[in-house]
Design a protein around this ligand. Structure first.
Ligand code: HPA
Length: 279
């Protein structure tokens, strides 16, 4: 593992050299949601390919840059585009940016994604606060020797997603007149989408939404003792009784339509995070 640690340190040193302020909030944009960057007052921005050892996103809908700047007056680190297991990255590679964030001093992670709706009460375009997850990827970024300086061997997962942050989102939803859903996110490896039988199974085991991201990052963030907010945009409904084809175009279209609301929510969440209650 020393090699992985060294790689993380090298990326951190590179970024710290250019950093004007020390961010404590990290934000990851999911599929079709990268435009939320437009609210950020950018001070520095790096293509992933320019950061030492950083993986490079291979998915067209993910721009692949790390942005530093301020949002609602607070310094943030923003990942425009992320890495997925289905691209062939190892779990540790997918979680690499989280390790970088950890060493930079990020303590709050806001992770967004696009997801398929499993809960029949949801509809395409809904925004869901993730209250828990089910890791169905068969992978885990903590497999291998434990990085003892950075976290414990067996992190507790009884409360992964921060209740206060979720409550803040729900009250913002009320203020904005948006019906914010909440639910359980099931993470699969992908990239093939779910069969009707898989969707029925997901319903049975208590999933409300399904996607191919977030879980590896979140597990690493739990290990790093970050407070976590997960937000899913439901881009399509996966009804096992009335299966309909899903295309990347329709996912991007719906994500794009939901993005402005997501952007407003994230902006307000950042505004309301105060150092004392999250210290
Ligand atoms: N399944 C998996 N990932 C997704 C979906 C889906 O239906 N929609 C958007 N991302």
């Amino acid at each position: 593992m020393p090699e992985y640690e060294d790689q993380v340190y090298e990326a951190v040193r590179f970024l710290q050299k250019q950093m004007k302020e020390k961010p404590e909030i990290g934000i990851i944009a999911g599929t079709g949601l990268g435009d939320i960057v437009s609210s950020i007052n950018i001070t520095e921005s790096f293509a992933y390919s320019k950061i030492p050892n950083f993986p490079v996103s291979t998915v067209e809908s993910h721009a692949g840059r790390l942005v530093m700047g301020t949002l609602s007056g607070k310094p943030v680190l923003f990942m425009q585009g992320r890495f997925h297991l289905y691209e062939g990255y190892s779990p540790r590679e997918v979680a690499f940016p989280i390790r970088v964030m950890q060493m930079i001093g990020i303590r709050i992670l806001i992770a967004s994604n696009a997801a398929g709706g499993i809960n029949p009460l949801f509809k395409a375009g809904d925004i869901m606060v993730i209250k828990d997850h089910i890791n169905l990827t068969g992978s885990n970024p903590l497999v291998g020797s434990n990085w003892d300086d950075r976290g414990i061997r067996f992190p507790d997962m009884s409360r992964v997603y921060d209740i206060k942050l979720a409550d803040i989102v729900r009250s913002i939803g009320v203020e904005m007149g948006i019906d914010i859903k909440q639910g359980v996110y099931a993470g699969l490896k992908g990239p093939s989408l779910e069969t009707p039988s898989e969707n029925r199974y997901l319903q049975t085991i208590g999933a409300d939404a399904v996607g191919f991201s977030t879980i590896m990052e979140v597990i690493a963030a739990v290990h790093a003792e970050m407070k976590i907010l997960g937000l899913s945009v439901i881009t399509n409904m996966n009804n096992p009784d009335r299966p309909e084809p899903t295309t990347v175009e329709s996912v991007l279209e719906v994500a794009g339509k939901a993005a402005p609301n997501l952007e407003r929510i994230i902006k307000k969440v950042v505004e309301r995070i105060d150092g004392t209650s999250f210290g």
